[in-house]
Design a protein around this ligand. Structure first.
Ligand SMILES: [Zn+2]
Length: 89
């Protein structure tokens, strides 16, 4: 479920694709435009393989995020299994 980062409304409309190829969305309620970074961030299989190995080392997620240059929130999602089971569109 997508919700607006500004007002948390789930009334979201697609608003084309921006210059960097990311999907643009717009909150219907507040009119704010935003892109969904975590969902389409191109984390490579190679990076995921490194993360999988680091996970065995009991390193903190924050430390791991710094090492592999991914956002901590992405990493949390990945660890919870939200990412990886289904591929990016
Ligand atoms: Zn909004």
């Amino acid at each position: 479920m997508i919700d607006c980062p500004s007002c948390e409304s789930t009334m979201i409309v697609k608003n084309g694709i921006n210059a960097t190829g990311k999907k643009n969305y717009r909150g219907k309620k507040c009119g704010r435009q935003f892109v969904l970074d975590p969902l389409i961030s191109p984390v490579s299989d190679e990076t995921k393989a490194i993360i999988d190995r680091l996970l065995l080392e009991r390193i903190s997620l924050a430390g791991m995020a710094r090492v592999v240059h991914v956002s901590e929130s992405w990493l949390q999602d990945y660890v919870r299994g939200c990412i990886g089971t289904h591929r990016y569109r």
